[in-house]
Design a protein around this ligand. Sequence first.
Ligand code: ADP
Ligand code: MG
Length: 636
Amino acid sequence: MSEQRIVGIDLGTTNSLVAYMEGDTPVVIPGEDGSNLVPSVVALTKDDRMVVGNRARTHLIDTPDRSIYSVKRLMGRGYEDVQEELKLFPFRLDRSGSGEVLRIKLGDRTFTPPEISAYILLQLKANTERYFHAPITKAVITVPAYFNDAQRQATKDAGRIAGLEVLRLVNEPTAAALAYGLDKGKDGIVAVYDLGGGTFDISILKLHEGIFEVIATNGDTHLGGDDIDNLLIAIALDDIAGDLKLDLRRNGAAVQAIRKAVIEAKIALSSQSTAKLNVELPGGKRYQREIGREQFEQLIEPIIQKTVAPSRQAMADAKIKPEDIDEIVLVGGSTRIPRVRALVKELFRREPHTELNPDEVVALGAAVQAHILAGGSKATEDMLLLDVTPLSLGIEAMGGVVAKIIHRNSTIPASATEHFTTAVEGQTNVAIHVLQGERELASDCRSLARFDLKGIPPMSAGLPRIEVKFLIDANGILHVSAREQRSGKEAQIEVKPTYGLTDQQVEDMILASFDHAQEDFRMRQVIEARVEADNILLALEKGRNNPAWQQLSGDEKHRIAGLEEELKAAKSGDDYKSIRAAIDALNEGTMHLAELMMDSVTSTIQGQTMSGADRTVGQGPTAPHPIAPAEFEHNR
Ligand code: ADP
Ligand code: MG
């Protein structure tokens, strides 16, 4: 088989896509319907099949209780974290089970956010496998720069459930800068302005000798194209209530038809000066209206103005002025709007990059990173992509205060060590409470993990020297270790993110996803069967050159040749069951030959198995694997 392809994936809130490096250029891999974007929508059909993307979209209206969109908002979050999202989005969560991982209800089944995301990934994987006619098992996936450890871990879990080894998580703005090849330009400051469907992110990157460092991030997690759509829908509903005396607010199908029409009009207005709305309403009535670009711009101005304050804050955090920015990259479908482009230009006093499609640029950059990891670039060895940690990390010290160990906006990979001691005479253990956040008190920060360092020999208070080491790896995942230096005692616990999945849960989900996704991902079966067929055909060819072949009767040889032809014929079709049947028949038919050849041939006649990613994040022996800041407690 040829070299393993590594793909780049933008797992977006609204749309997801996959790209691959063809020669020197990253290209987006289209789906079966020819479109590059897969809407991040998943639905469970009434006959228990999972559908993804455009096929799932209609289900949002017909069977809202069996569909979900914007699942990215729930990734790596706990129930307390998502209260705001629950007010704004029709997420149906199941609180009956125990455990901290959220469970989403689709019909009468429940799924965790990584499982839902895995279905999106499986769709992208299937699109890629169809495109290349080869299995894909490795990927680079992008995440927002502000994603915390639990959110990053959940994204990795999603990849693993989908049968993808996630070689690297890359921050979305960094990927966008890579897509533009800015890493090859002169050192300087890059601003990435990302206005997507439901989120706005601004990131300031610093490029130094081909290395990106995210020096500040800011944004608004509830701002984007959806707000524009909702505003236009509200206006249309008002018009309809006034002019046509129809109240359609509660009519889901009508609202959906209006939504479709306003989105089309919005998109048209990015390239035309006027657009027509023309919607057929229940009762044979029709809503018609023309909207001009100027009027549209006035309407959306308050929405897009909301991007100004976070942008200024990011510049302030990065300690830069607009004049210091050398390049501006536009990301997100909503930056196709000319007024948004003009605003960006006003804000940063520079012409932004618009050569690449803003809704594809993150996936394209992920493909560039994948190519680098695959060893396809000369820059590989010294190419290290740097990002920043969005929130400070530390541990709880005496009195419930936070001792920050790694500060917010620190460049990652990062590591820092602080020393602590005991508070009580003869204290033999300490509880390390890892915390994330900017507040001074542990109770105001987010608790990421707890573990104990035990077995410290009794000493006077203040005498032990406890070294707490934080390491954030290149994926932004935190490892914490504690060691008492006088005795050499180390904490031997692996700390997992509070809302993470256990290995067993991930394993079960991998199995479940195959059970239920089979129909949709039939292509995978076909590809795997073909690979297995190739293996056995190759083994047979080797067998023919083996002296054992001569010991077979003419009849036997003839029979094997027939089975070989049957397998070749089956292989050219796309029914995996017939390929498997032909494989089995040939296996059966060559049993005697195999016996004669003893173990030499049988060892090559092996099925292809799926390889899962290793969940272990850090390799280092002193790198357990939690995520944010920690707290310190004394023993009674
Ligand atoms: P996300 O990063 O949130 O997954 P995208 O970057 O794909 O999303 O952006 C999706 C948003 O971009 C949607 O609100 C969509 O309506 C909007 N959009 C796409 N194309 C255009 C266009 N030509 N003009 C205006 N808005 C657009
Ligand atoms: Mg995006």
